[in-house]
Design a binder for this molecule. Sequence first.
Ligand code: UD1
Ligand code: MG
Length: 453
Amino acid sequence: MTLLNIVILAAGKGKRMHSDLPKVLHPLAGRPLLQHVLDTAVQFAPGKTCVVYGHGGEAVPQALAQYDASFVLQEPQLGTGHAVQQALPHLDGDLTLVLYGDVPLIQPATLEKMFNQPAALTLLTIHLSNPAGYGRIVRDAAGNVSSIVEEKDATLEQRAIREVNTGILAVPNHLLQGWLAKLSNANAQGEYYLTDIVAMAVAQGVPVHTVHPAHAWEVMGVNSKVQLAELERIWQHEQAQHFLVQGVTLADPARFDVRGKLVCGRDVAIDIGCIFEGEVHLANNVRVGAYSIIRNSHIAAGTHIESYSHIDQAEVGDNCRIGPYARLRPGSKLHSDVHIGNFVEVKNSEIAAGSKANHLSYVGDSSVGSRVNIGAGTITCNYDGANKHRTIIEDDVFIGSNTQLVAPVKVGHGATIGAGSTITRDAPENTLTLARAKQITVPGWQRPTKGKK
Ligand code: UD1
Ligand code: MG
């Protein structure tokens, strides 16, 4: 098997982004551009991966420290050939694949086509109706590649060539070192061009092959916020198509955003404007209402999330009814048939089967049993200013509206709490507990009136 090295060029300034953040750290579909490339690269392990960075200093290696890659600083930045030269000491395999940190959507299937001829120099090229700005692929009369000419160095005739260099190439490692040593910067930009190794290969009789990407968007680079936004839409459209083909109902594939990994069962339906972040699982027959945001959560079969709900690090059981306008925060674990209605916030709480909190409540740091009814305006007072305390509500409890449960506190099995109570001590099971001022009526009381002037 060919042992592969991957060099990712990421030292460019990204001036047209007009941002303090290094270009390759700008997110596309929720992940930095460079992370997309690294996630593709790791699929070709166990070869070595080397990122050449420059602009932005340590921010780049720091942001991606979780990857098994070496990071080398290129300072100053003297061209793509000079950049690959910086990586040389970190390479030891048979074949080196050069990728760009600002070309995030290159697909593994396209790259695999480049490894077929480990003894050759393989270029990834594409035909464009408007080739402006790119290096042109120059071929001889027999159709073989003879060189790459950068636009600024090209003759008028060469500028008419529509086959362009994407920048991605695979080169035998034992040849790379010698070729890089011979590069010169005697060209229009005064840079050491990696592309000059093509003419060297031809002169040496090393075969030069070309392959093409399956999709044009795989080789689109990001130089500005305009291009970033375009590529984001292209990628979201691709993802939407993938889910539609799989049988997911999307009310509008143009208003659907996945920033991470979404897994859907059968007969899932998603309304417009929803965002899925991190790892989200939607089981069979789940419905998600418009403008909901779901992050790192599991939603079990048959559950309906109504519009404008926010769900973050929660586990929702089957056949639940959530929202509209519900908020499930980290550590929320809902069992089957739970109803969480409008303006209800749940945090770090377990709610057992068949329980309901339908309106305007806060349930935090709580264990709620089965078949509990939590009335409108109920609040668990879990925080004393220094520490958090738990509220325990056992099975079959009924909590009247506008109740405050001052934790730590327990409401026993089958207990009823009268509306408007502030509960500071445990409420015994199967009884009514209330804590509120008694209602009085004052006979003969007169409303004040305004005095005459
Ligand atoms: C390069 C290619 C050109 C190709 C085009 C595709 C060369 C000489 N030209 O041109 O044939 O059509 O890409 O987009 O290779 N970089 C560094 N260090 C440097 C210079 C660049 O890391 O010193 C990185 C950049 O961050 C970028 C990539 O290399 O990711 C390409 O650099 P860029 O300046 O965009 O090259 P182009 O002139 O567009
Ligand atoms: Mg470029």
